[in-house]
Design a protein around this ligand. Sequence first.
Ligand code: IFM
Length: 441
Amino acid sequence: MNLTRADFPEGFLFGAATSSYQIEGHAFGGAGRTHWDDFAATPGNVVRGEDGAIACDHYHRLDEDLDLLQGLNVDVYRFSTSWARVLPEGRGQVNSEGLDFYDRLVDGLLARGLKPALTLYHWELPSVLADLGGWRNRDIAQWFADYATVIMDRIGDRVWSTATINEPWCVGWLSHFVGAHAPGLRDIRATARAMHHILLAHGTAVQAIRATGATNLGAVCNLEWATPADDSPASKAAAERYDAIYNRFFMGGLFKGAYPDLVLEGLEQHLPSGWQNDFGTITSPVDWCGINYYTRSLLTEGEGAWPRYAQVEGPLPKNSIGWETYPDGLRDFLLRTRDEYTGDLPLYVTENGMAAHDKLGADGSIDDTDRQAYIGDHLEAVREAIREGVPVQGYFLWSLLDNYEWAFGYEKRFGAVHVDFDTLKRSPKNSYHALAAAFRR
Ligand code: IFM
């Protein structure tokens, strides 16, 4: 790693990120069932049918993991609270063990000099609410705001920042149109409603938790650069549709109070009636915007009904999932976000990292040179954006630990720390040591 902390502006924050269901061990501490447990229980949805019941057993290894974070020399830790751990039925009765756990987590961070960056929803919807229609049901906006208030009442006095819903595209499109994430639907009407209600829930929660005195609130979107696969007008149009659905729908809703025409073409007839009246809530001011960035896609004209695009395999080096490494996309998104959506608002890269081809050495070390190169190249892209005047104020590595990679089960590893999922032993990879050196103060 060539870059160090000294290559970034004074006060720039380095962090690491995880999420509750991916690391905690959902079987522990009285957590309620989630739609990911249901999804994983359906044959064919998840590699080997794996779920988050044990995951990294972070629930019982909290101190060890917080020590690893501290050893990484980061400033801030992005974690999420689990709705179903705190409210097993989604609403009503609070599981005090769940809140106690997050209390210990926040205090453990502060004791180690780390800033707690909270995300309120990273995908584990309580099954009870999923059974009521989940993100398709407009009532979820208030359910989510009520849950957010329960969390803030307990730890809001000590968290440094709060984000609402991680990666709206995944919660909406990937989960309701593609069907690759819980609840695994392939239904355009469900998709339109879910995508709109996610933003409505975001705005409703922002208003509710601001009223509790919460500050430093943000929205986090995952963005994927869309490149036409060739010079044809059809491929260019396919890339624009992909970009509109993936990136511009959510950014447009949050920061312009409007959805792109290219998305309305397909979704308008399925949006809930009166959707235009919700933008006052959806655009409730936030204090920062987070961008999760991993890759780009190459697009060409597809077959069949809207959105009629097809993804084509690209020529660039890929991670172990097959995602191309394309750091220019991060720089270009930071510029575009500032220019078209957020202006002076602080931006954070709230996730970036690589599922690498980790190699175990005879001495027990884990060689992940390609992960180090990936991170270095993306940090360089952040520097380029900063040089162009974009107010980027921090970068979070995904992820501290190898963890439950959703539909890929435990097979794809993003961690700076290796986790043996049989023994749960943690072993820092070479990237952990390189990053600890780069982030040293
Ligand atoms: O593991 C996920 C995370 O939950 C959300 N952002 C992308 C990561 C890698 O796929």
